[in-house]
Design a protein around this ligand. Structure first.
Ligand code: SF4
Ligand code: ZN
Ligand code: ZN
Length: 318
């Protein structure tokens, strides 16, 4: 993947006898495209991914998990552009300016699309944001945050009747996390590493329609379409290891073009079926319904209901 070169002309325009400068040169596809043809190429590729993995049908209601960043904002935009009925859900995590700015970008895009996003504020729903909640449980801010986000998305999808939840994971995310999980032989994770996870045990179907697109392509598509997004990263995130594996994948990609794609998609074809057949053995722990909120939970009372109780007790005690 490289920057547009002044000399590179759009390949598709050239076929029509036109000379138009490219906005991107995708080395792994040996393809230079102008703005118009890049947008078409991008949208066609997302549509093909949705069909290839049977993510959803044209008339299905989809809930996009938006964070205000480029990937999920682009996903919400492109699904609507392709004619799908896609709504968005945003969780205000109570992480200072980062959460405020992210929410603004989501609302801004909603106005452009003529859609109102669903918004839940943790400070209202649980009584506190992630910076406080992380003190009540073991593990990092990200682990508690990830569990709360999953809970909220499942709950809102169930409550509002959405059968499909879509996330903005891209090829860089998926190939680098595959590498990290292989290196650590995280079998539980590998058994669920697929762009579509069927609805099961009270959870909606989960899909990743941007799984063939790289970060660079998504960012450019967002910029060319004036999609609002925040470039801020969360101040609580421990992204060092994530960046490390992305850097490693980029190094390998520069050495052998197309590696990211091959690594991930060949895994899906050749290895995933083996791990997936062991899913039941690898993923321990039966889920039950939380006695308070009714959401799937490994224990009688789910983590979110326990957190609500702890926040309440703390407020009463202070
Ligand atoms: Fe949550 Fe961690 Fe992501 Fe911040 S970086 S939003 S704490 S998961
Ligand atoms: Zn062109
Ligand atoms: Zn609960």
């Amino acid at each position: 993947m490289g920057k547009p070169s002044k000399k590179k002309l759009c390949k598709l325009c050239k076929l029509k006898g036109l000379r138009k400068e490219s906005v991107i040169y995708m080395k792994e596809h040996r393809l230079a495209l102008c703005e118009e043809h890049f947008k078409e190429w991008f949208e066609k590729r997302v549509k093909e991914t949705i069909k290839e993995f049977r993510m959803f049908k044209p008339n299905e209601k989809i809930l996009v998990a938006v964070s205000g960043g480029k990937d999920s904002q682009t996903l919400w935009y492109v699904l609507n552009r392709l004619g799908y009925d896609a709504d968005a859900f945003f969780i205000h995590l109570g992480i200072g300016d980062y959460s405020d700015e992210s929410m603004e970008k989501v609302i801004e895009l909603g106005k452009l699309l003529g859609k109102k996003p669903y918004i839940v504020k943790l400070e209202e729903d649980i009584g506190a944001g992630i910076p406080v909640l992380q003190n009540f449980v073991r593990g990092t801010a990200c682990s508690v945050c990830g569990r709360i986000k999953r809970y909220q998305f499942n709950k809102i999808a169930n409550d509002l009747g959405y059968n499909v939840v879509a996330t903005g994971h891209n090829l860089d995310d998926e190939s680098s996390s595959l590498l990290a999980n292989l290196i650590n032989w995280n079998l539980k994770y590998l058994a669920r590493k697929y762009p579509v996870l069927p609805a099961e045990k009270g959870f909606p179907k989960k899909v990743k329609p941007l799984v063939k697109m790289t970060e660079e392509q998504i960012k450019l598509y967002a910029q060319l379409n004036n999609i609002p997004f925040t470039e801020r990263s969360c101040p609580l995130g421990d992204t060092a290891s994530l960046h490390f594996y992305k850097d490693v994948m980029n190094l390998i990609e520069n050495h052998a073009l197309g590696t990211k794609y091959r690594f991930y998609f060949e895994y899906l074809k050749k290895v995933y079926p083996i791990f997936s057949s062991l899913k039941e053995e690898l993923i321990e722990g039966e889920l039950q319904k939380c006695k308070i909120c009714g959401q799937p939970s490994p224990s009688e009372i789910c983590m979110v209901c326990r957190l609500k109780e702890k926040v309440k007790q703390q407020k009463e005690g202070s």
